[in-house]
Design a binder for this molecule. Structure first.
Ligand SMILES: [Zn+2]
Length: 125
């Protein structure tokens, strides 16, 4: 478990992180100090902490979410630019010769024409 939790600070109004530090009396831990990492404002109780609302932080970006199903679903994958005869790929770019623009291997296109199966290895893999 991470100790860093997202808050929207009451004191400074920023999206910040909660700093959670043990408080000692002598050598005995007597509690925790909860404070804003941005401004240092301390919260007396965890119930007072303005945790950022919503779901826990996602480990995937939105871009990852939209790509993942395409990669692993062979039916969706089959009409992608990477399988099109108009798709050119080199180490620097992926290019559609019909639309004359950069494309992504997983793009779909109304001008899709299935490429003949190639014998050579895909240079990226
Ligand atoms: Zn603050």
């Amino acid at each position: 478990m991470s100790n860093a939790l997202e808050i929207v600070c009451d004191a400074c109004g920023q999206e910040s992180l909660l700093r959670r530090e043990p408080v000692y009396e002598g050598f005995t831990k007597v509690g925790e100090s909860l404070s804003c990492m941005a401004c240092g404002h301390t919260y007396a109780d965890e119930a007072d902490v303005p945790f950022k609302s919503g779901a826990p932080a996602s480990i995937f970006s939105d871009a990852d979410k939209s790509k993942l199903p395409d990669v692993f679903d062979p039916d969706v994958d089959t009409r992608n630019c990477r399988n099109c005869q108009n798709y050119l790929q080199n180490p620097f770019t992926q290019w559609c010769t019909v639309h004359r623009k950069d494309v992504d291997a997983l793009d779909t296109c109304p001008s899709f024409k299935r490429a003949e199966p190639k014998e050579e290895e895909d240079p990226l893999f």
